[in-house]
Design a protein around this ligand. Structure first.
Ligand code: BV8
Ligand code: ZN
Length: 244
């Protein structure tokens, strides 16, 4: 499953980066975006995951995010998440750069996680910026409002047309540029600027490996493609690293 060049790169590597998308959490029960039961099947991204849609119809957007919060609160990280967390014992630097808002990498024990698109466990008031937990907003039925300024509360995620959080983006670019081996895991690589990171890493000399159920737009541009479920491939990779 793993080529000799990859094993050699891993043997001499100090910095490993895992860039993850919805496919990383699929085996935990989080619907992917573009898969057949994908959540985008029912709703188009521009309809829900953008600020104008929220201001136009906050009920609809909140109904959708509350449903996703409940799904994510009821699931666990999968063996893929735990394998990436365990990699920290075998390399000097292991960075997770994720497009996922499900907090599963942290829950699996990864210590360096750059959340490019936010985190569904956080919320904030668009009026005064005050932060609220899911527990606090679930006390309010319908659309949660800020008890301080009565502003609308929104999930702390990045919507289409919104800039990514500076610190998360800058830390992700730095990690990509210093990676010895860069894994692109369970992402279709269609949403920017996140999708530009694997090539940024390759241009900086990283050995770039794609792990996905099927080929993507990225497959032609990386050094190695491993077709399979991340929940199967990553634990096997950890075993190889342990004995490498
Ligand atoms: C911005 C949070 C500046 C919210 C998300 C350049 C070119 C074209 C368009 C643009 C561009 N630059 C900017 C844009 C616009 C836009 C964009 O990229 N549009 C796309 C659709 C073309 N980008 C933005 O708006 C970004 N902001 O650029 O600001 C700006 C401002 C004004 C005007 C212009 C620019 C903000 C983007 C962030 C949006 N927020 N999420 C929420 O979740 O509710 S994006 C969301 O969708 C995810 O975070 C993720 O990024 C994306 C979904 O992609 P994936 O995670 O890859 O999931 P997908 O289902 O597609 O694929 C899953 C893969 O896994 C598949 O390949 C499958 O085969 C595989 N798989 C499945 N199971 C498994 C598996 N693999 C392994 N194992 C398994 N078990
Ligand atoms: Zn407020």
């Amino acid at each position: 499953m793993f080529s000799q060049p990859l094993l050699t790169k891993l043997r001499n590597a100090e910095s490993i980066v895992a860039f993850t998308g919805a496919g990383m959490s699929a085996e935990s029960g989080v619907p992917t975006f573009r898969g057949d039961q994908g959540i985008w099947k029912k709703f188009k991204p521009e309809e829900l995951a953008n600020f104008d849609a929220f201001m136009r119809n906050p009920e609809l957007v909140w109904e959708w995010y509350k449903a996703r919060k409940q799904i994510i609160a009821a699931i666990q990280p999968n063996p893929g998440h735990y394998a990436l967390a365990a990699m920290e014992k075998h390399f000097k630097h292991v960075s997770i750069i994720t497009q996922n808002i499900d907090n599963l990498h942290r829950r699996a024990g990864s210590s360096t996680v750059h959340e490019l698109h936010g985190n569904i466990e956080r919320n904030y008031c668009i009026g005064c910026g005050k932060h609220y937990t899911n527990e606090e907003i679930f006390q309010q039925d319908h659309v949660p409002h800020c008890p301080v300024c009565n502003g609308l509360i929104r999930p702390d995620v990045v919507w289409f047309g919104e800039l990514l959080p500076d610190e998360e983006w800058n830390n992700s670019v730095t990690a990509a540029e210093h990676a010895d081996v860069f894994f692109s895991i369970g992402t279709s690589g269609v949403v920017y600027p996140a999708a530009s990171l694997p090539l940024m890493a390759k241009l900086s000399g990283a050995y770039v490996v794609e792990i996905n159920l099927e080929p993507t737009d990225l497959s032609q541009k990386v050094n190695e493609v491993i077709l399979g479920k991340s929940g199967d491939v990553l634990p096997q990779l950890l075993l190889v690293v342990k004995n490498n």
